[in-house]
Design a protein around this ligand. Sequence first.
Ligand code: SF4
Ligand code: SF4
Length: 332
Amino acid sequence: MLMNHHYLKELKNCQLCPWKCGVNRLEGEKGACLMGLPEVAYTGLTPVLQSYSITLLGCSFRCLYCNAYRISQYPDSGWRYRGYVKPEVMVREAVGEFKSSLGRDLGVKRISFTGGEPSLHTPYLEEVSRLIQLQQPGLEVGVATNGFCTTSTMKRLAQLSNYINFEIKAWDTELHQAITGAPVEPVLRNAKWIAQEHPEKIRVFRTVVIPGINQAEVIKIARFIAELDPTLPYRLVGFRPHFMLYYHPAPTRAYLQNLVEECREAGLEQVDFSGYYPGSMMSFSGHNGLKTTYQHLNQAGCYRKPRNCGTCPENHHCPALVLEPWTNPPPG
Ligand code: SF4
Ligand code: SF4
């Protein structure tokens, strides 16, 4: 029992994300995210970001393309990870890594919280950040989020961090629900808030581009960001076949370059892309992203439409849990 961990007391009535489950996560009650205590999957130094990354378990979404589905669908995924780590222990480890020869060689100067969706564990993020700043004043803190949290939680993320990687998965709520299992409105509201109140904290807005499913969303999102501030950075990330979309084609370099150009024409000044299929051809039929998404969901075992994982009566035993994606045949 961890009842003496005062900093977690709000988890007795969890209201951190728009599902507002009100469950007592400290006593083992499970809300839509299935998380109890904040749990760590793993940690490590990441050279590109010059960062010490803390990857947290659990997610408020069930994205059908998730490339970390064993983490996001935890504990249903059945994989076992590190679990709850006291903040003071996490900080001790992090500081040890900063001072290690590898940490010094890499010039590590920040910690970053990723997942899963780290905002499910906001009190933990705050406590680790607070303690580490006591030992390493000036250390930067980063958060990668899907933006699906309450306004109050978003303000706390902005408060505790120096930069935020903010993912917007779709623009239309019907498609966003089909892809993630959750409505888009809180995500767009938070994106607007951070762009207006703390644009300096936005490291990047990003969208994973899934050909035949959400490519038309990219331009809508680009226009949305451009209207807020055309200098805000936007990155397109090439989808990699995974989870429920294990047999769906990935975008080529030319495909992403075209979309980048369209985003620039929509008014954005800083657009780039990363990750693409190294071939020159993509083969897929159909351009009805919503229909294709529901075909994949049906194939995986979800027949809810509209898909809304937060209120779904099966969300504690989701039938669309794909443990070994390669055994799931593509839609016919
Ligand atoms: S889904 Fe959201 S409100 Fe519900 S328990 Fe998880 S973090 Fe809390
Ligand atoms: S069955 Fe319910 S919980 Fe599972 S993916 Fe479908 S809507 Fe979400």
